[in-house]
Design a protein around this ligand. Structure first.
Ligand SMILES: Cc1cc2nc3c(=O)[nH]c(=O)nc-3n(C[C@H](O)[C@H](O)[C@H](O)COP(=O)(O)OP(=O)(O)OC[C@H]3O[C@@H](n4cnc5c(N)ncnc54)[C@H](O)[C@@H]3O)c2cc1C
Length: 437
């Protein structure tokens, strides 16, 4: 008999789950509380949809249960996802290792998946939130916000996390999972900006610059103080926050440490291009090849400069005026102070700040500004292709699970791959038909 599979959430994971279940001949009921499918998917990658990455390693994913990660990672099949999209006519291309649809429009993927599920006869229920699910003798009894009830042999929760509430993600899937016996690890916003109360940042508000960013956790000077990770790329300064891909990549670890009450600092090297020439360990970047001379030569040249010029003029050519103002302020000076009047130590301090600029982190951005949720349904309660070990017939796909990818396409890859795999698994199990009550 034809199996009925209900899918809650028509995002990247839910759409793939619906396609997977339909491909196995199941009758599919797909619910979303939004008025259209894939709202978040269409907004990803600044609207371009960075769906995958050329580099694919277990290290690109994190979980609050790291001991479970290898098992789950083995279930992610990026190449299968890319092939499925290309089979649907969605041509892909890669730029600097990041994979996008050829159109550079995330909506292309949403549209393609929408056509696919429509052709397969999926019953789409938009503006209809799944509010409750119960196990009965004949499968799941599913209730929605419209007051309707549905029966299904299998239920796939693909409701995302808490990140991006403006796209319909309110965490309601966690409640449904909890009511069916599951537990969640601690949740927090991730791939997001980091907030600071450091007043000098306002001088640099609006600046974007290439930096190396180090995340340091623990009290300064304590034995337990440790550099956790380091990232390279373009950072963006805000009045009370710092963002950009390198900061997003560090935000998960920073958020975890902050929730544990640990002091968190970022240390920025605002001139990482000099590393290659000065023999530092952070070498070999193509960008660095443009810089002539070593940092030591540059340092000596500036230190010997005796012209009657301001700090802003003295740093001109090394950095933009707003960053010069921020560095001067951190040193208790202003960008207008004359270089000649500074002590040798003050000059040295200004130059040193360019390579070692510390920012105390006060918090992470809100869910509204976060790309993903760190934490989710415990991986230890998941077996096989993302199936519940506690509730037969219940499956999970995407961000609702406690697995978080780095920036770079990993979260969409996971959502789509887990969706495809649970859709097929759910359609191959279960027993009863679907009745709309
Ligand atoms: C601005 C932004 C940019 C991003 N860019 C990228 C990127 O370029 N590359 C990348 O890999 N990742 C990116 N991400 C992360 C990525 O979009 C998500 O991790 C991914 O979409 C998760 O897919 P999902 O299907 O699990 O959940 P979602 O895509 O969040 O979909 C969940 C759906 O479930 C619906 N829903 C929730 N509760 C219910 C309910 N009770 N009943 C019915 N429906 C419900 C929601 O309305 C939503 O449509 C970005 C995220 C954001 C916010």
């Amino acid at each position: 008999m034809k199996k009925t599979v209900a899918v809650a959430g028509a995002g990247a994971g839910g759409l793939m789950a619906a396609a997977g279940a339909a491909s196995q001949g199941a009758q599919v009921l797909l619910f979303d509380q939004n008025d259209r499918i894939g709202r978040k998917l269409s907004a990803t990658g600044n609207g371009k949809g960075n769906i995958a990455n050329c580099r694919m390693e277990e290290l690109c994913y994190r979980s609050e249960e790291p001991e479970e990660l290898s098992r789950i990672y083995r279930g992610i099949d990026r190449d299968e996802v890319l092939q499925l999209l290309e089979d649907r006519g969605i041509v892909l291309h890669a730029r600097q290792g990041y994979i996008y649809p050829r159109t550079d429009l995330a909506a292309t993927v949403t549209e393609g998946l929408g056509q696919w599920i429509a052709e397969r006869g999926t019953e789409l229920h938009l503006r209809e939130a799944v509010t409750n699910a119960q196990i009965t003798a004949s499968g799941f009894l599913i209730r929605t916000g419209t007051g309707a009830e549905y029966r299904a042999d299998a239920l796939i929760l693909a409701t995302g996390g808490m990140a991006g509430p403006q796209f319909g993600c309110d965490g309601s899937g966690y409640q449904i999972a909890r009511s069916l016996g599951h537990r969640c690890t601690a949740l927090r916003p991730s791939l997001t900006a980091l907030k600071t109360e450091d007043p000098v940042l306002r001088f640099a508000a609006g600046v974007r610059c290439l930096s190396k960013v180090r995340l340091v956790i623990g009290k300064q000077g304590d034995a337990a103080e440790a550099t956790m990770s380091e990232e390279y790329g373009e950072v963006q300064f805000g009045k009370e926050s710092i963002s950009g891909i390198p900061v997003f990549q560090l935000s998960s670890e920073a958020g975890r440490a902050l929730t544990q009450g640990e002091p968190v600092r970022l240390i920025l090297d605002l001139l990482p291009e000099f590393d290659r020439n000065s023999g530092s360990p952070f070498s070999g970047r193509k960008d660095a090849e443009l810089v002539g001379g070593t940092w030591e030569q540059e340092w000596d040249r500036r230190m010997q400069d005796a012209r009657n010029i301001s700090i802003a003029e003295w740093l001109n050519g090394l950095t933009v005026p707003k960053l010069a103002a921020m560095i001067a302020a951190r040193s208790g000076l202003t960008a207008e102070n004359k270089i000649r009047k500074l002590t040798r130590e003050q000059r040295a301090m200004l130059l040193a700040q360019l390579r070692h600029f510390e920012i105390a982190v006060a918090g992470t951005g809100a869910y509204r500004d976060a790309q993903v949720t760190a934490g989710g349904i415990r991986l230890s309660e998941i077996a096989g292709p993302f199936a519940s070990v506690l509730c037969p017939g219940l499956y999970f796909a995407g961000e609702i699970l406690d697995i978080e990818g780095m920036c770079g396409g990993y979260n969409l890859t996971f959502a789509m791959s887990s969706g495809w795999s649970v859709g097929r698994a759910a359609a191959s199990a279960g027993a009863a038909g679907s009745v709309r009550n």
